[in-house]
Design a binder for this molecule. Structure first.
Ligand code: HEC
Ligand code: HEC
Ligand code: HEC
Ligand code: HEC
Ligand code: HEC
Length: 423
């Protein structure tokens, strides 16, 4: 019908546009520029989970903490041509905004697929993990640690050659709705709109192993070769062959959950540790033992170097009056064993910010699967209750003081575990 109308009007150029325009506009978009909004049309549940995750907030435009650091060490995320102090393309973008890194742009608001940070296609086009150390020993981080593909990568893939009816309308388990499958090599129609073909290959060797995560989560050092984040290095290399996804992408509602909670997720923090206190009277003292067991195959806390946990131990009388506590306020000085942190130092052994650190200080975090006991001797007189509490903090105390503009929920200590003994 359209072809006939075209002949009639003898305007071949316009007609070609009319014929193919609606398809080509989408089809010509390189896959790494496809916004997660496109995937949302069918993968509603996964989209919602991802949207609430730190992956969706990972660009300097959307994560206030990363945005603050990025502004300090690199520059304005809405400008083109931002460079590091050494005049290089900002390395941050290789992990925090991989689609922008692919186009070597620093104007992160130029396309939704950049601003979205680690979006659907950022992970689902990773084809092969090459490691985070290049041939010359230089770090190859984030996107650079991978061979990427213009074809989407999935954990199973589809039978594209001799597809049967079932494969065409597999449905997206998500919302119970049957959806047409655009991953079989043909464009599809959904709600009157054409969705361009987005071919997909099965790649279980990447999608079902830690390779899917390690390019960005292995380790990263600052320009003085001091390791900042090192979840990969911390990782338990013993017999328990447990994948990141077994915890970070559990099955919920029949699908691999894409919330990927970590330090920002109180539910995740609560289940990260076995925490228990015992307290026995001996003479005029309460011999108190605090037990903490890290359930993870990586450190607790892991990730960014400023993540930290502290213990508050308090003895109360029957009226709730505090008779004894392990520290008055933050335990860093009075009770250092109660402070689990990763210390970065400058040349004078003074605590340093990540970009300035010259060497590592003590690492008092719980190592993979470590169980640690801390002992305290508390004066027993009038004590009715001993309470232990663990608090998780996204930032070191001095950063909390410095970054006064950050939202309170990012700077307030998060209660992650509690245990009591009554007398
Ligand atoms: C028009 C609907 C539609 C759109 C849009 C869509 N998908 Fe899908 N997708 C499907 C269907 C249908 C399946 C098959 C699901 C099933 O079998 O339950 C699927 C399956 C998948 C799978 C699983 C493949 C495997 O190996 O198991 C992945 C990954 C995926 N899609 C990613 C994406 C991404 C990323 C986007 C956006 C760039 C996207 N999809 C856009 C309909 C869609
Ligand atoms: C392309 C790089 C990239 C890949 C691949 C990647 N991540 Fe991430 N991930 C990030 C970045 C960047 C952040 C931090 C976002 C922020 O806080 O600004 C993050 C954050 C997280 C967090 C949350 C941390 C928090 O602060 O709460 C978890 C958990 C996580 N990733 C797990 C995974 C797992 C599991 C995989 C593999 C299935 C994976 N990631 C793959 C880049 C990546
Ligand atoms: C941080 C990386 C990452 C991001 C971001 C990501 N995915 Fe995934 N996705 C994975 C991994 C890894 C798996 C495989 C899980 C498995 O099978 O163990 C997966 C699995 C899937 C599946 C198959 C689920 C199942 O249980 O069969 C679909 C569909 C999917 N992703 C769609 C999406 C969509 C849509 C988005 C964006 C809204 C997205 N993914 C964002 C890493 C990611
Ligand atoms: C046994 C479950 C389990 C496994 C396996 C696991 N994690 Fe975690 N992960 C957690 C829990 C619980 C937390 C929250 C407590 C913490 O920060 O250690 C967490 C936190 C994180 C964070 C948040 C760091 C931050 O700055 O907020 C990242 C990133 C992360 N994990 C990445 C990984 C990667 C990558 C792997 C695989 C190499 C992995 N995890 C394997 C349970 C697990
Ligand atoms: C190798 C990949 C990688 C590179 C390169 C990278 N980051 Fe990150 N960054 C991550 C990951 C993964 C997380 C979140 C999980 C964690 O804490 O390890 C993160 C978290 C952060 C956080 C904490 C965010 C929050 O919400 O608490 C800040 C701040 C940060 N990065 C700043 C930067 C800056 C600034 C740069 C560039 C100078 C940079 N990162 C380069 C992977 C990277």
């Amino acid at each position: 019908m359209r072809a006939q109308v075209c002949k009639f009007f003898l305007l071949p150029v316009f007609c070609m546009l009319w014929l193919f325009g609606s398809f080509s506009a989408i089809a010509e978009t390189p896959i790494h520029q496809v916004s997660s909004e496109t995937c949302k049309a069918c993968h509603k549940e996964i989209y919602k989970q991802w949207k609430g995750s730190m992956h969706a907030q990972s660009s300097a435009l959307n994560d206030p903490i990363h945005g603050t650091f990025y502004g300090m060490v690199m520059g304005d995320p809405t400008k083109e041509g931002v460079k590091s102090k050494k005049g290089k393309y900002p390395v941050c973008l290789q992990c925090h905004t991989p689609n922008a890194a692919k186009d070597k742009t620093t104007k992160l608001d130029a396309k939704p697929a950049y601003a979205e940070g680690v979006n659907c296609v950022a992970c689902h086009t990773l084809a092969e993990y090459k490691g985070t150390t290049g041939k010359n020993g230089k770090p190859t981080l984030g996107l650079k640690a991978y061979r990427t593909s213009s074809v989407l990568q999935g954990p199973q893939g589809f039978k594209t050659e001799f597809a049967v009816e079932d494969d065409m309308f597999g449905g997206t388990a998500d919302d119970g709705d049957q959806k047409p499958n655009p991953h079989l090599g043909k464009s599809v129609e959904l709600d009157g709109k054409t969705i361009a073909s987005m071919p997909m290959e099965g790649n279980p060797m990447l999608m079902k192993t830690n390779d899917a995560c390690m390019g960005c989560h292995d380790k990263r050092s600052n320009s003085f070769k001091v390791p900042l984040c090192a979840t990969g290095d911390e990782y338990f290399k013993g017999k328990a062959d447990v994948t990141c996804t077994s915890c970070h992408m559990p099955i919920s509602n029949g699908l691999a959950n894409h919330e990927m909670g970590g330090g920002h997720d109180i539910a995740m923090l609560k289940r990260s540790v076995i925490f228990s206190i015992s307290s026995k009277k001996q003479g005029d003292k309460l011999n108190t033992v605090v037990t903490m067991k890290n359930k993870q195959p990586h450190s607790l806390p892991t990730g960014a170097p400023f993540r930290n946990i502290y213990l508050k131990l308090t003895a109360y009388d029957t009226n709730g009056k505090v008779l004894w506590q392990n520290a008055n306020g933050h335990p860093a000085k009075e009770d250092p064993q109660a402070y689990l942190m990763y210390e970065l130092l400058d040349d004078n052994d003074v605590h340093a910010a990540p970009p300035m650190a010259k060497k590592l200080g003590p690492d008092t975090r719980l190592k993979a699967f470590e169980t640690r006991h801390l002992t305290y001797s508390i004066p027993a007189k009038n004590v009715a209750l001993v309470r232990g509490e663990l608090f998780y903090n996204l930032l070191w105390p001095e950063l909390v003081k410095k970054f006064t503009k950050l939202p309170k929920d990012l700077t307030a200590p998060m209660p992650m575990a509690m245990s009591e003994v009554k007398f």
